[in-house]
Ligand binder design. Structure first.
Ligand code: FAD
Ligand code: N01
Length: 540
């Protein structure tokens, strides 16, 4: 049914879509700068990722000391994380605490979705329409819609026929799920699957894991925040945060300077063992050619295979759990707690979808084909099948820019952005951690804060200098896209069937979506562009 469209139009300076960590901070900054701002959020509270992904085992994979806001000095002192990798409820409480502390909710409209956005060239404003039929006109339209917020539609035949319970890790019931005594299927072995499978196995009577591609996973060694790390952070919080901003992935870490092929096998093994024992994503790449040279990469890949074979008792299952079709670190590696150990449990089964593909989900379960067809019955199916990452949430809004240009058409061969912040033909439309920025290759808090500060400073600059609009030039955008692709092509990253490449969504253009240059270098580029009077942008 078409919504009732209101006759009245509300006028605002800025509309932000999304009340995750990006939208919350952007609201704080714009309000502080005196812009009349509203956030529109589909959920009924703040938190974004941490509101939606409530599956068992959901945690961050960047130490929470690092995965936290740096813009509120009081918050740095008053909040203490209970673990190295905090759980989803704790991170959600943190987001809620920030919203309470800064009274953010008074400018957030919940349970509302932006459906349409149309640029009015004469008024130099965006005309927005919500799913409540509400019209809003705003000079600036800021999409804080998240890189991993649009669940992938399950491309499994018969998914809607199943008469048992279906769950998505990306939209888990708030009240939780009791799997005790149940026969449970989990489809997908990315980070969400790998975090949830051990805990679901603890409750379920039977658990069957459907694996298309095994992933590399390191033990998280979760526990109290490491004293040494905490001391380093507390000694000089500002210096610590600055080191994160200047780093490669948004966490203070030494840059590797030695090739994996320059050292002896024994030295390499000792390094990889230490990496395995550290359980920290930011400390996993210790040689400078791991993401560049297949031969170097192979050394760590083999180390990981050996670890899996040491843990998993059945050699055939161990083989299936060893990734062989992609290089390590070409997909985001996972951090787990007892993932491989779970496959030693008698009530847990691994189905390899290459030898037994899913023919269909049925009313009672899942039918498998291949040389050994089977009809399996389940009480519940968990879809840990991932996201239409980086572009999904942006193009799900019907966006029309200058001369009615549809963003979906402009991006039909892949996203076209300048710096991952703006797109030519769409004046005054900003994306926080958009495609073409370091975003998902980094500690997202660092990337979010940098974009929010860039956008805030840009809006103030426009206001102070009497400009109505800003837009990247087509030339600057083309060069940025070219630079991003060429940079990525120097690495092994585009070789994997990853969501970084859009390869997880049938029909999606296959281009490398994030910027591989690192957050420190990227920040320097952005700063230089501003210093050179917004080089590559047209201000009008
Ligand atoms: P989100 O948190 O995704 O928020 C976007 C919001 O926009 C959502 O609430 C959504 O409802 C809303 N929205 C979207 N479209 C519309 C619309 N049209 N109308 C209205 N509302 C809309 N990153 C890390 O750096 N470290 C980690 O450890 C880490 N762990 C993660 C664990 C999980 C399970 C997942 C899924 C992601 C993880 N990430 C991690 C990435 C994470 O998404 C970011 O760190 C961060 O939370 C993103 O914040 P955001 O505000 O940009 O987007
Ligand atoms: O999603 P994914 P995710 N039939 O796309 C499989 C962040 N995150 O939600 O690889 C069968 O990684 C798919 O198989 P394949 C993090 O950045 C972080 O787990 O396409 N299988 C894959 O195994 C992460 O990278 C944490 O062959 C199908 C799985 O489903 C990102 O979010 C926790 C299928 C999807 O894996 C996404 O992670 C969670 C089909 N039709 C998320 N379709 C932390 O630990 C898909 N699959 C912090």
């Amino acid at each position: 049914m078409e919504e009732q469209i209101s006759d009245s139009v509300e006028e605002l300076d800025a509309v932000i879509v999304g009340a995750g960590f990006a939208g919350m901070y952007q609201l704080y900054r714009l309000r502080e700068a005196g812009f009349k701002t509203r956030v529109i959020e589909a959920a009924d509270d703040v938190g974004g990722t941490w509101y939606w992904n409530r599956y068992p085992g959901a945690r961050c994979d960047i130490l929470t000391v690092d995965y936290s806001y740096s813009w509120d000095p009081e918050l740095e002192k008053e909040w203490t994380w209970s673990e190295r990798y905090a759980t989803q409820p704790e991170i959600l409480r943190y987001a809620q605490h920030v919203a309470d502390k800064h009274d953010l909710r008074r400018d957030i409209q919940f349970q509302t979705r932006i459906k349409r956005a149309k640029w009015d060239e004469d008024a130099k404003r965006w005309n927005l329409l919500t799913d409540q039929g509400q019209k809003i006109a705003a000079r600036f339209y800021i999409m804080a819609t998240g890189c991993l917020s649009m669940p992938k539609v399950p491309d499994v035949p018969g998914a809607d026929q199943f008469e048992g319970a279906s769950y998505f890790t990306s939209g888990w019931p708030h009240e939780g799920v009791d799997f005790s005594g149940k026969r449970v299927a989990v489809i997908g072995t990315g980070s969400s699957g790998i975090q949830s499978i051990p805990l679901i196995a603890e409750d379920a009577a039977q658990l069957t894991v459907f694996q298309r591609t095994p992933n590399f996973s390191f033990p998280a060694h979760n526990g109290p925040v490491a004293e040494a790390r905490l001391a380093e952070y507390q000694r000089d919080v500002n210096a610590y945060r600055q080191a994160a901003r200047e780093s490669l992935i948004g966490v203070p870490a030494d840059k590797p300077s030695v090739s994996a092929l320059e050292v002896s096998e024994e030295e390499r093994a000792a390094v990889y063992e230490k990496v395995w024992e550290t359980g920290e994503l930011a400390q996993q790449i210790k040689f400078n050619d791991i993401q560049l040279n297949p031969e170097a990469n192979e050394t760590q890949r083999q180390f990981m295979h050996n670890k899996v074979r040491q843990i998993v008792e059945d050699p055939k299952i161990a083989d299936l759990l060893c990734p062989t079709n992609h290089y390590i670190f070409t997909k985001r590696p996972c951090l787990d707690t007892n993932y491989y150990q779970t496959f030693n449990k008698p009530h847990v089964r691994l189905v390899d979808l290459h030898t037994q593909p899913i023919v269909s989900i049925t009313r009672a379960g899942i039918d498998l084909g291949g040389d050994e067809p089977e009809e399996l019955e389940f009480d519940a199916i968990v879809f840990a099948t991932g996201f239409d990452a980086m572009t999904g949430a942006i193009v799900s809004v019907d966006i029309a820019g200058r001369d009615g240009l549809a963003l979906r058409d402009a991006w039909s061969d892949g996203p076209q952005t300048y710096l991952g912040l703006m797109s030519a033909g769409f004046p005054n439309l900003f994306m926080i951690t958009g495609p073409g920025s370091p975003s998902v290759l980094s500690n997202m808090m660092v990337s979010i804060e940098q974009h929010v500060e860039f956008i805030t400073d840009t809006l103030k600059h426009l206001r102070d200098h009497g400009y109505d609009s800003i837009e990247p030039t087509a030339l600057a955008q083309d060069r940025w896209v070219q630079h991003g692709n060429e940079f990525a092509d120097l690495t092994l990253l585009p070789t994997a069937n990853s969501w970084y490449m859009g390869r997880n969504v049938p029909g999606k253009p296959q281009v490398f979506l994030p910027y591989v240059g690192g957050v420190g270098r990227y920040r320097e580029i952005c700063d230089e562009i501003v210093d050179r009077d917004f080089l590559g942008f047209t201000l009008d």
